[in-house]
Structures are given as C-alpha cells and as structure tokens.
Design a protein around this ligand. Sequence first.
Ligand SMILES: Nc1nc2c(ncn2[C@@H]2O[C@H](COP(=O)(O)OP(=O)(O)OP(=O)(O)O)[C@@H](O)[C@H]2O)c(=O)[nH]1
Ligand SMILES: [Mg+2]
Length: 539
Amino acid sequence: MSPDPTTSPTAEVDGLRARLRALSRIADLGQGRLDEPVLTRIQTTLATATARLGHGTSHTVVALAGATGSGKSSLFNAITGTEWATTGIRRPTTSSPLAAVYGDGAGPLLDWLEIPNRQRHEGGSLEGLVLLDLPDHDSKVTAHRAEVDRLVAVVDVFGWVVDPQKYADAALHEGYLRQFGRHGAVTMVLLNQIDRLDAEARAGTIAHLGALLAEDGLGEVRVLPTSAVTGEGVDALRRELAARVAERRAIVTRIDADLDWLATDLTASLSGLADRTVSASAREQVVIAATEAAGGSQLEAAVAGSYRHRGSLAVGWPLLRWIRKTRPDPLARLGLGTRRPIETGGIKDGVAVRRTAISADPLAVARLDEAMRHLSQDVTRGLPETARRRLESVIESTRDELPESLDEAAGRTDLHLEPPRWWAVLGTVQWVVAAGLIVGLIWVLALWGLAWFQFPPPPRVQWRGFPVQSLLALGGLILGPLLATIGRRLTAVGGARRGRQARASLSEHVAGVIDEDVVLTVTSELGELSELRRALARL
Ligand SMILES: Nc1nc2c(ncn2[C@@H]2O[C@H](COP(=O)(O)OP(=O)(O)OP(=O)(O)O)[C@@H](O)[C@H]2O)c(=O)[nH]1
Ligand SMILES: [Mg+2]
C-alpha cells in the first residue's frame, strides 16, 4: 500500500484542524443558543480532539476492548509475546488498563490517557504502537465500565475482542458498536477463542457476526479470527496492527469520524436555523403601534389644538382674546411646546432630550406588546428550542427599553410651531379694526357729551352720507368677529395639517428608535445564528 502523496498525514491534520476551528466557533456561538447537552458534547469533543492532536501522530493508540473473559488480556500477551497481563478464570480479571508501548516518546500521551501501567517494547514493525488492554465493558464493577467509556472516547483504533459465546451481546452492539457506526475505518473486530469452533461453526459464526456488524453500520469491517491459545490469527493481527501504525492516519480518521457523527446530529437538531430577517411588515406593525404608544394621537391633537390656541391669540377678536389667554396651550400640558421651560431628560447623542408628560394610553401599550409578540413569533418560527428562547428574551429586553426611547423620540419630534405669515397680517388688520371701533365709540360718546352739555355740535364728518364715527364703530363691531371667524376656520384647517405633520415626524423618530433598538439588535442575534449555521457547514 503506497501512501497517497496528495493526502499525506500532514495535509489531513491541517484539514482536521480547520474542522476543529469551525467546531470551536460553534462552541462559542452555541453558548446560550444550543441545548446544554449538545454544547457539552461539542466542548468535550473539541477538547479531546485538540488534546489528542497535540500529542502528535507518531503514536497510534489501539485498545483491546470487550466483554469479560473474551480473551483481551490473553490476546494482549500473545501479541506482545509476554505474560505481563493477568489472565484467568476469575471474572473480571483486568481492573485497570495496561499499555504496551513500541518505541519511545509515548510518555506524555500515556500521562494524558492516565495509564500508569506501561511496558516498553522494541519498536520493530510495530514502532509507534500503543496497545491497551482494557477492563471489561460489561462488568459487575461499574468502575470498569467507566474506565472503558473514558478510553474508547479517546483511543485511535478500537480492537473489539469477542468470543463465540457472547459475540452477539446487546451490551456490545447497542452499548458501543452502533454508537461508533461511523468509525468503521478505525474498528477491528477480533473473533477470539476461534479454536473452540469447528470449521463449519466458524463460517456460520463469522457470517452471523458480519451481519450484526452490518446492522451496527459497520458493514465494511472484516472479522479477524484469532486464538490466544493456539496462536492462530495472531500474526495476521500483528500485520494488521503494523499496517495501521505505519499509516499514522488513524488519529485523524477517528477524530474525523467523531466530527462527522457530531455534525450529523447537529445538522438534524439545527435544521430550523435557516437564514431569516425581521420582515418589513412585522417592523411596520411595530412602528405603527409604537408611534401610538409614544402618544401619536395625543400629540397630533395637541399640536392641532396648540395651533388653534395660538392662532386665536394672533387673529381672534382682540376684545375677547383675554378669555383665550386664560386657557392653557394643549402642548404645554404634554410638557412640550414653547410656553414651558424645556426640562431636559438628559443628553442623548449630543442632543438634549426632553422628558414629555405624555402618559401612554394602556390600549396603545397593549397593541405595541401585541406587535412585538408578532415580530417575535415571526422571526423565531421554527428555531430550535434554546436558540428560540434566547432570541425571544433578546426581543423582550428590547421591549423593556422602549418606553424611555419612545418618550425621547416624542421629545425630539418637530412640533411645527412656527406661526404662519398670515397670522401677523390678519392680526394687524384685527388691531386696526379694533382701533377703528374704539375711536368710533369714543367719537360717538364725545358727540353725546357735547350735546348733553349743549355745546355747539362740531362739523359732521361723513362718508357717502353716513357719519364716519358710526361707520367705524359698527364696522369694527361686525368686521372684528367676522374676521375672527374666518381666522378660526383657516386655523382649524392649518392646525389639522400641522397635527398630521407632527405625527409623521414622531413616526419617523419612532421608526429610528425601532430600527436601532429592536431591528438592529434582533438582526445581530440572527446574524450570530447564521454564523453558527455557516460554521456547522464548514464542520
Ligand atoms: N480456548 C481459548 N481460551 C481462551 C482464549 N483466549 C483466552 N482464553 C481463556 O479465557 C479466559 C479469560 O481470558 P482473559 O484474557 O483473562 O479475558 P479478558 O478478556 O482479559 O477478561 P477480563 O480481564 O475479565 O475482562 C482465560 O481462562 C483464558 O485462558 C482463546 O483464544 N481460546
Ligand atoms: Mg483481562
């Protein structure tokens, strides 16, 4: 078998490192977004793989694992040509793992594997092999099983030792082999105690075991018959081990298989993670509801009312303006407008922010909650549980900050307070008319006074046959209220328009708040989820 130059172990290790970087990214992004057990598995896989790679590829760790009495220790002795491992009829025999190390430099690796029982051998054809004799996985002693589980999670090659009696045990197939169904390339199955079977029984047993392995997903694994007693198959097993060790590929293959397995499970559980955005309609609903909750209607009415109020002060009948003056400007009641000193609610983005006195209408607040819920449902639909709950809580926290931001938006609203030009013109006309009325009245009174005291009457001043003083007084009395009425009509129309403009301005500021506080925050969380999905694709 000549090594393929395009996939040298180094290139494979580089490829694996890239996958591990993707996994590390998933572990980071997965915080709070993936289910806790999934995250733990990712972190464990990442830590194990990184640590194992850190010990290099020059050693290949092969574990002899299997049920008690299958002959692991006997086979270990047969391969190594020693009697170091204790074998026996008392079950279970092996309680802590042994390591046979071929060649030098495996110390740190074995420290990491936490195996203190080591036996050094000359390298030879097995140079780089670290052969482990494990305790039984089906033990009455729970510590044995724990030790087996700990080691099968980290070794490079599995050497499952089975015997003719127990090769079909569920403890082996369901407990281990099925779980490692993707690890066929690093799995050896040794049918030991083959000397106990005659030729016919051998063929049947091997076929049956092969079928069981296929069910486990390990159809490509060839069963190797061995006997620790007669030595049959032991040389073949040594050659197989030598070949695997020489390839120095098992580490990468094993970790790749772990990552494949993890990636499949993750892809299944994260299938709902497709790219998504805050929909335009959901955003629009929130903006509309938030504008209302920020006092849209109150503001519109107050701006219109304020305009009418100030309009009647500017162009109303001067003789009745004092009545108007006693009423407050509707905007001032909301803490807005020009009449009141501006109370600052702090500085935001360099702009002094007013605190308004708008008290949110409970119905509008309920509608805003409803719109936010709708947005939340829209954007979290189909997400995996943990990711969904996180996104929901992100949205809820943006909801909590809205009242303050919305009030600030209301405080920044353009209230369209500037008085129109015609107010000044009509106002002046009103004063002139009022002055005419007063002059006319005084004039009439003066004429009456002169007549009363029997002074000679002054010359009459007439215009087209009518006395001017009467014209002035009557004209003022009729014209003043008439102009005031016309002014009121015009002001009502202008006020309504300005109310709508102010509402539009509020809506714009509110849209800014919603985009910044809600949409941006949600989008950034969605971005993290997309990134998680991309990292998974890289894995
Ligand atoms: N006939 C026969 N007997 C074997 C063979 N291999 C092992 N045995 C016997 O099976 C018994 C158990 O062997 P061990 O090697 O201790 O088995 P083990 O798998 O290490 O058992 P634990 O350490 O308890 O998990 C011993 O009595 C061995 O002599 C074999 O290939 N053929
Ligand atoms: Mg043993």
